[in-house]
Each structure stands twice: as C-alpha cells, then as structure tokens.
Design a protein around this ligand. Structure first.
Ligand code: FES
Length: 284
C-alpha cells in the first residue's frame, strides 16, 4: 500500500451517469489483487475532504512514448455520479492531480482451477469482477450474470466478452437482455452448473438474495461488499459488518476495508437483520 500523488489520464462517460477514469499508477500491476480498492482524493479540491473508496476495474499499460521510455502503468476505476464527490470527479480531465491510497483490502480467492465460475454483478458492482475474470479465464470457464434497473446500468459487456467470458444480461424494465432480476438468472444457471463457485458484487438486497440461493444450492460464494468508508485502513470503524457467530454478548465485527471488501459468505452473519453495516463496535 502506498499514497500516490498522480494524475488523471482520461475520464469518459460510458453510459448515462457512469464514468470510466484512467489514472497513472506506477507499481499497481505487481501490487494489486482482483477485488482490492483504492481511496481516491481530488488534490485541488477541499470538498469533499475525505477520500472515497473505488474498486479497481483494471490495471494496464499505455504504450511507451519512445524506445527509451517505459510504458505507463495505469488503473481504471468506474463510478456513477451520485453526489458532490462524484460530481466533482466527472469534471476532471487529463493532467488533473489526484491522490490514490492503495491498493487496499482483501481481494478474491480464485478458488480451484478448471471449475465452473459464475460472476454476478449488479450495476456498478460489476467493477471488481473484471480483474477477477481476467485471472479466472486462464484456468476456468467463466460466466457473468449482469443485472441492472435499465439498459443504462449495463456497462462494459464487450470488455468481459473479449476475455472469453459468457455474458447474460438482465434488466428489471426489460430494456436490455432478459426482463427480471439477475438472481432469477442465477437460479437457472445453478441448475445447469451445480458444481460452480459464485462471486458476487452489487447492492445489498441483491447480495442477500444471492447468498440465499447459493445456500440453497450448496455452492461456495464470495461477496464483495459496498460500504461507507472514511479511512480505508481499519482506523475509523465506519465500515464494520457483523461476522459469523456474532451475538450481543460476543460481538464479532469485521472491517470491510481490511478483512474485506471480499468475504467468503460463511464468514458473515446473515441472520443479524442482514449483514448490514453496524453502527458501533470494533474490528477483529
Ligand atoms: Fe475506516 Fe474501515 S473505513 S475502518
């Protein structure tokens, strides 16, 4: 992990309200694992003061400028404009100074080679699944189930397909792909591929539904949780969730930023009024 003062390389709208930002990031290729994230801050802005967490979509290299120059290493993040912070981000251009703290957190465990892998992504939850898919396709058959409210929420399909991932799209309003919830598609796929391992990221209601289905079909599941985060390094406790075996008398809290954001499903307490972000407690 390091704090890097760097610059934006590009920042493009890829679907209404969704932006893809490329940031110069030397060292990330070796340092980062699929599922990790960065805390991002705009250097010249006082608002918002805090850093914001963003999953790493991809790590790559720009071609070298000339024979003697090394290729430029970058990361890409994808964000949806939802408030002040992301509102400022959408106005950034090439050369604007930004800060990255990262890579942070615990990423995905790729599991056994040569077994079926099913990725489930809802909206912006798709982001950490891309670098995971890059790794998994080296040894396994990978299927991606992608869901959103409307066609605008379905992003980066082509990138996944270029990796050789079979993709299945569903939208709640039926404007793209199958009409309905991505979890309905998951049930169908688990009937076809009962030996699969499932990896999921998206809004909490989707994650909870995926957990129930995976439990019912008795397949292993890893989830990447989206949480409010202020520090990203286990200091502020703004991101704690209830862990397996949590009770009032024996509280077992886990920091999403350090123990996660990726958790094996069995490590979380799904009964405790859902695995929602707890309001108090400490990290273990
Ligand atoms: Fe501060 Fe996790 S974000 S402890």
């Amino acid at each position: 992990m390091k704090n890097l003062k760097t610059i934006v390389l590009s920042n493009q709208e890829i679907s209404p309200g969704y932006f893809r930002m490329k940031i110069l990031a030397p060292g990330y290729h070796k340092m980062s694992q699929p599922g990790q994230f960065v805390m991002f801050r705009v250097q010249r802005s006082l608002l918002p003061l805090l850093r914001r967490p963003f999953g790493i979509f991809r790590v790559g290299f720009m071609p070298a400028d000339c024979d003697n120059m090394p290729a430029k290493e970058f990361i890409e993040i994808i964000y949806k404009v939802v408030g002040d912070g992301t509102g400022i981000m959408q106005g950034l251009h090439y050369g604007d100074p930004v800060e990255l703290l990262g890579p942070l957190g615990t990423g995905f465990d790729c599991g056994e080679a040569a077994t079926e892998k099913i990725l489930v992504g809802g909206g912006i939850g798709l982001v950490p699944l891309y670098s995971l898919a890059e790794k998994l396709v080296e040894t396994s058959q990978v299927r991606l189930l992608m869901g959103g409210r409307t066609r605008d929420d379905i992003i980066t399909v082509t990138e996944f397909e270029r990796l050789g991932v079979e993709t299945y799209v569903s939208t709640e309003d039926g404007s793209l792909g199958e009409a309905g919830l991505v979890t309905q598609v998951l049930e169908k796929k688990l009937k076809e591929y009962p030996q699969a391992t499932v990896f999921a990221c998206g809004p909490m209601p989707m994650i909870e539904a995926v957990q129930k289905i995976c439990l019912q079909y008795n397949v292993p599941l890893q989830v990447s949780l989206e949480a409010l985060m202020a520090c990203g390094v286990g200091a502020c406790l703004s991101c704690v969730v209830k862990g397996e075996g949590h009770t009032e008398s024996d509280p077992r809290y886990l920091c999403t930023c350090t123990s996660g954001p990726v958790f094996a499903a069995e490590k979380l307490d799904w009964d405790a009024a859902d695995v929602k972000i707890a309001k108090s407690g400490g990290c273990k």
